[in-house]
Design a protein around this ligand. Structure first.
Ligand SMILES: [Zn+2]
Length: 150
């Protein structure tokens, strides 16, 4: 899964602020729990605090009872990558945006293969929808495929 490959660049600094070991994998349960409960944000420098706040707003703002372990953060992250691609960014630019906005490191090559996999998945969904005569879904998947592969 693509979210499993996302690393939080300044994880070491957050570890210091938390006072115990945390994983650097941005969507690992241990990392999510640390940043939602035990990190004193005042110990973090301005830019890092801003990235972490953006990370919160974008991926951790659902209202599930078992947040942040509800699965929403990973789903939102996947959706964000697709959105950036559909906005016209290539995999290198997406990688830069993730780093600038959220402090997340994700290799362009991983983003590219994720986008290719997504297209294959959408094509499979489209084929099934076609067989079932589900026209709105066919149209939807076609639109997304076109915007991802252009
Ligand atoms: Zn949730």
């Amino acid at each position: 899964m693509i979210a499993g490959k996302a690393r939080f660049k300044a994880a070491k600094k957050i570890e210091k602020a938390a006072g115990y070991h945390i994983p650097d994998s941005a969507f690992h349960a241990g990392f999510l729990e640390a940043v939602t409960s035990r990190v004193n944000f005042e110990y973090l420098d301005g830019p890092l605090r801003e990235q972490l706040l953006q990370f919160f707003r974008e991926f951790l703002s659902c209202e599930c009872r078992d947040r942040p372990l509800c699965g929403c953060p990973e789903k939102r992250f996947v959706r964000r990558i697709i959105e950036l691609r559909e906005d016209g960014l290539d995999h290198h630019q997406i990688s830069s945006v993730l780093l600038e906005e959220y402090g997340i490191n994700l290799y362009p090559a991983d983003i590219l293969s994720f986008l290719e996999d997504s297209v294959h998945l959408l094509e499979a969904v489209k084929d099934i929808a076609e067989l079932q005569g589900m026209k709105p879904i066919v149209a939807d998947t076609e639109r997304h495929i076109q915007r991802i592969v252009r």
